[in-house]
Design a binder for this molecule. Structure first.
Ligand SMILES: [Zn+2]
Length: 337
């Protein structure tokens, strides 16, 4: 059968697991897609506003913000503080040993602009490289669903970030953790973390690390069990994804950021403005599973109308940067196939 591409988003029948309904011309995700309506968005934002107000000042910080220094999180931080100026925010940038210098400069700059504390979370470079190398060499460490959302390397990295940000929120007694995921990446705006869920997700990630061959005995990547034990059961952190409720337009966001003094990155990667490992991670994932790890993310943005179909298709088919791939392979001491 010849390749069919969904009429609404960018997914096509060559991607394993995707079926295009020949009559409607839509993929299974677009067929069952129910967007958050403008009214629902308004309601969610009202709830979030109220939650933030009511819980502000209860902990050392109100919000732990995941700041990569890339466009989405830089804009997300700016917008969050603009919408809710009373928030006392700690922005945390995870140094995965592959973040660009520009991303670090941008992250610090954004914190200065909005007036919040900045913390760069660093780990041993050798341990990180070893873990990413093992993630690249692994197959099926994560669930089938996770494989559609991100590459094995990205899933490993983002899991470390989630674990350590929840840890920081518990330590600082911050009631909220904010991620700047777009509607394509995180359609659920409010996630109430229960202690049992926190423990479950920690143990799940431990198993996933073991699947790739990493024993994190000193809990460098995992949420420390000691800290889970110290959770105040009546004040567990809530994860917020406000970006999926705000209007999103990539071009306008970058324009606004440049206005503010954010430096556009010089790295040639259409899917990441901050991570120098991303192109390698994408290539590795495509080689292993024949799935572009950004396909679902891009499809989600197109489906929700936050990106045009043309832009989405262009992004999906843009060649990955060879120099970036080679550079990352060299640092990871891996041969390219
Ligand atoms: Zn579709």
């Amino acid at each position: 059968m010849s390749k069919l591409t969904c009429k609404k988003c960018i997914l096509d029948s060559d991607i394993p697991g995707i079926t295009i309904n020949e009559e409607s011309g839509l993929c299974q995700f677009c067929e069952s897609y129910k967007p958050i309506s403008p009214d629902e968005k308004k309601e969610y934002l009202e709830i979030i506003g109220k939650m933030l107000e009511e819980n502000s000042g209860k902990g050392e910080y109100d919000v732990i913000f995941a700041l990569s220094g890339g466009k989405d999180s830089s804009y997300g931080l700016y917008k969050l503080k603009k919408e809710y100026p009373f928030l006392n925010i700690l922005a945390i940038q995870f140094d995965n040993a592959f973040i660009s210098e520009a991303a670090v400069a941008n992250a610090k700059k954004m914190c200065e602009i909005v007036g919040c504390d900045f913390f760069k979370l660093t780990m041993k470079e050798e341990a990180l490289c070893d873990t990413f190398r093992k993630a690249a060499g692994s197959t099926n460490a994560y669930s089938k669903f996770a494989r559609y959302r991100a590459s094995d390397i990205c899933n490993t990295c983002i899991s470390i970030i989630k674990q350590k940000l929840i840890e920081q929120a518990i330590i600082h007694k911050a009631p909220f953790i904010v991620f700047a995921f777009t509607s394509g990446q995180a359609p659920n705006p409010i996630i109430d973390l229960k202690p049992s869920f926190i423990k479950w997700s920690r143990d799940l990630f431990e198993k996933q690390l073991q699947n790739i061959g990493v024993e994190d005995r000193d809990e460098s990547f995992l949420l420390k069990n000691e800290i889970i034990k110290s959770i105040d059961k009546d004040a567990t952190p809530v994860i917020l994804h406000p970006m999926c409720l705000w209007d999103y337009n990539e071009e306008k966001i970058v324009e606004k950021l440049i206005d503010l003094g954010w430096m556009p990155p010089k790295i040639n990667d259409s899917n990441s403005t901050n991570c120098l490992l991303n192109a390698f991670a994408c290539q590795n994932h495509i080689n292993k599973y024949d799935i572009h790890p950004y396909a679902f993310d891009i499809a989600g943005l197109v489906r929700s109308g936050d990106m045009t179909r043309e832009e989405g298709l262009e992004k999906l088919h843009k060649e990955l940067s060879e120099p970036l791939i080679e550079m990352a392979a060299k640092k990871l001491e891996m041969d390219l196939e």
